[in-house]
Each structure stands twice: as C-alpha cells, then as structure tokens.
Design a protein around this ligand. Structure first.
Ligand code: SAM
Length: 356
C-alpha cells in the first residue's frame, strides 16, 4: 500500500478540494488533516467489525432482530486495513473498534495487530459489552489495544437480564480479565435511564472507585425503532450530576479528551466521571469522527442518513490515491449536526448497523 503522501497525491487532493469547495485537506509539516465543510478536523474513525450482537439491549436492538449483513458483504481484514491506512494517510490517528459486538468477529486480535502496525494510527481502542472478554482480554491487549470501553447499565443480575437479555457474571469476569491484562483506562459506559437504573448511580460510582475504572453516563438517543419507546426513560444528565453532587464533591473540567464526554473528578479520589449528552447539550460543533460499518459504508453522522459506499470501490480495484479521494469526497457530505431533538423519529438505522 502507498502509505507515503507524495506531491502527486497532494495535487490530486487540491484538485478535489477545488472541484468541491466544501471539504479539504490541510498540511502541517508532513501531516495532513481532513477538514469537513464546517471546518471540523476529522481525526477519529469508529470501525464496526460486525453488526451482530450477543445482547439485545432494549434501547438498541429489537429482541428478535435477525436482519444482519451477509458475510459476503463484510469487509475483509485486508480491506479494512486498506481503508484505515488511507484514513491514516489523511491524518486520522484514532481508531475505535466497535460493533455490534466486536468480539464476535473471528480472529479480532489478528485485525487489531494489522491496524496497530499502520503508520499514523497511534490510538487503537475497543468498545465491547465484555460478555466474551475474559477469554480474549490478554490477546487483545497483546495486539496493542490499550484502551477499552465496556457497556454496563446495571450491577443487578436480574435487571441486567431485563435490559440486555443476557447474563451479568460473564461481563464482570470480562472486566476483571481486562484489568488483569493491563488495559488503561477501562471506562464503563452506563446509559442513564429513568425508572430503569436511576437508583444505581451511586452503586456504579462505588464499583468504579473500587476497581479504578472511569465512569461515563450516556443519555438515551432515539436511534432506530426497537419496538420499545426508550424516550420514556430519557434522563437529562444534569439531573444525574446534581444527584451525585449531593453525595460526592465533584471537581469540574478535568480530562478534556478528544471525545464528547465532559468530565468531573470525585475529590480525593482518582475517579473521573464523564457525561455524554447528545440530547440535552449536543456536541456536534466539535464532532471529529466518522463511522465505517461492517459492509464498508462510511456513515458521516450517527443521527443522519448521509453515507458513502466504499465496498464497491474496494472490490472494483480502486487505487490508494483513488481511495483517499473518495474519502475526501465523503467528508464533503458530513452534515452539520444530528436532529435527535427536533426530529427524533428520523433515524431508522439501528445502532448495530452504524457502529455505536
Ligand atoms: N457492543 C459494544 C458495546 O456494548 O459497547 C459496542 C456497540 S454498542 C451499540 C455501543 C454503545 O452504544 C453502548 O454503550 C450502548 O449502550 C450504546 N447505545 C446503544 N443504543 C443506544 C441508545 N439508543 N442511546 C444511547 N446509547 C446507546
């Protein structure tokens, strides 16, 4: 693969930029950046390696959903490597492997190894429900994945089954295996839901304090019609923060990070708590990411339909420069923002398809 941006390539890029006037690449020394039409630097790719999941969280995927992408359409590891290599050449340094449930993809550590060796990729992370993590933690850590996010909405076994249809214990085992394997940080992602888990925020804080995990709360988003109206459980995270502030002294403004979470620290501890508020306080103006689905579709926004198909190009034998041009073209259609609030029924795509 041609990993070295050369002058021919720069020329191709400026031609594209001039032709479209709406997205561009910038250079800083020998580093290129992808700039979208709203002047946001795109430096983060979420890579879905499967749309399948071994849980059925009621707010994410309908219970009997089976309409998964056919294996012939899955990007192969080599195709994924090409696409990520092209993004890396365009200045994208951060990749998060997600799904569906990424640990269901066979030989994931092999792919992680391939990606971690790409020049320019300096942050490879994973989002998982941890059901299968206890057996894979060490090999994933050995494959240079350093940071891991684990979804966990409750510490109560029965409630876990009600929310996800699965069992809690394997997830806890997976978390302990991740700790043992040396992932740092390990972040717990908890979707905060009224009448579902709003009596457990302090318990989750204590759990994270005990195990040295970072805790992040997420607002429920209207993505896909799962058959259950999750919006009735929507909770503005301001309420969660206020509730926690009654009990803990929260120091604001720590850990700015590259993502959407706004963090506080619990005084006299190492615990950081992040609040991800796509609904009450959206963060689209700082959006730095795009998503690649298992079938090679580039989704430009979690909450909009704007997309660009890369698989046909890959399978028609597109050149490396052509692939980079296609990515620049795709970035040109990245929309300004989602419309979760003004148009909540709009996103018909389930989270597992886009790569959550
Ligand atoms: N299976 C992996 C996991 O569990 O982390 C990765 C994919 S999962 C779709 C990614 C995240 O999306 C999880 O933390 C999940 O809770 C969150 N999620 C799914 N549907 C959501 C919704 N409607 N609102 C908010 N978060 C959602």
């Amino acid at each position: 693969m041609d990993k070295q941006p050369d002058s021919r390539y720069h020329q191709a890029m400026s031609t594209t930029v001039m032709a479209m006037h709406i997205s561009s690449t910038q250079t800083d020394g020998d580093r290129i950046s992808l700039i979208d039409p709203f002047n946001r630097k795109i430096e983060y790719l979420r890579l879905s390696v499967t749309d399948k999941c071994n849980l059925r969280c009621f707010y994410c995927l309908p219970k009997h959903f089976k309409d998964f992408e056919q294996p012939a359409h899955w990007l192969t590891f080599d195709e994924i490597e090409r696409v990520i290599g092209a993004f890396a050449d365009l200045g994208v340094a951060k990749v998060r492997i997600t799904g569906g449930e990424p640990l269901l993809r066979k030989d994931l550590p092999v792919l992680a190894n391939q990606l971690s060796q790409l020049r320019g990729i300096d942050d490879l992370s994973l989002s998982t429900n941890a059901v299968l993590l206890s057996r894979q933690a060490q090999s994933l850590r050995d494959a240079s994945i350093s940071r891991i996010n684990v979804s966990l909405d409750t510490l109560k076994p029965e409630r876990f089954t009600q929310i996800t249809g699965g069992k809690l214990q394997p997830v806890l085992d997976g978390l302990m295996a991740a700790k043992q394997a040396g992932f740092a940080p390990i972040k717990i992602n908890m979707v905060a839901m009224k009448d579902i888990n709003d009596d457990e925020f302090e318990d989750m804080v204590d759990f994270c304090l005990e195990h040295d995990f970072t805790l992040r709360f997420i607002e429920t988003m209207p993505v896909g019609d799962t058959g259950i109206d999750a919006s009735q459980h929507y909770l503005n995270l301001k309420q969660v923060k206020n509730k926690l502030a009654d009990q803990y002294e929260l120091i604001p403004g720590v850990m700015p990070g590259g993502g959407p979470a706004r963090y506080v620290q619990v005084k006299d501890t190492n615990l950081r708590i992040g609040f991800i508020t796509p609904i009450s306080q959206h963060f689209c103006e700082t959006c730095n990411r795009v998503r690649l689905s298992v079938d090679g579709t580039l989704y430009l926004c979690l909450g909009q339909d704007h997309k660009y198909e890369l698989r046909p190009l890959l399978r028609q034998g597109i050149s490396d420069d052509g692939l980079k041009n296609a990515i620049v073209e795709a970035i040109a259609i990245k929309p300004e923002k989602h419309e979760f609030r003004s148009n909540p029924g709009q996103v018909v795509r389930f989270m597992n398809m886009t790569g959550g």
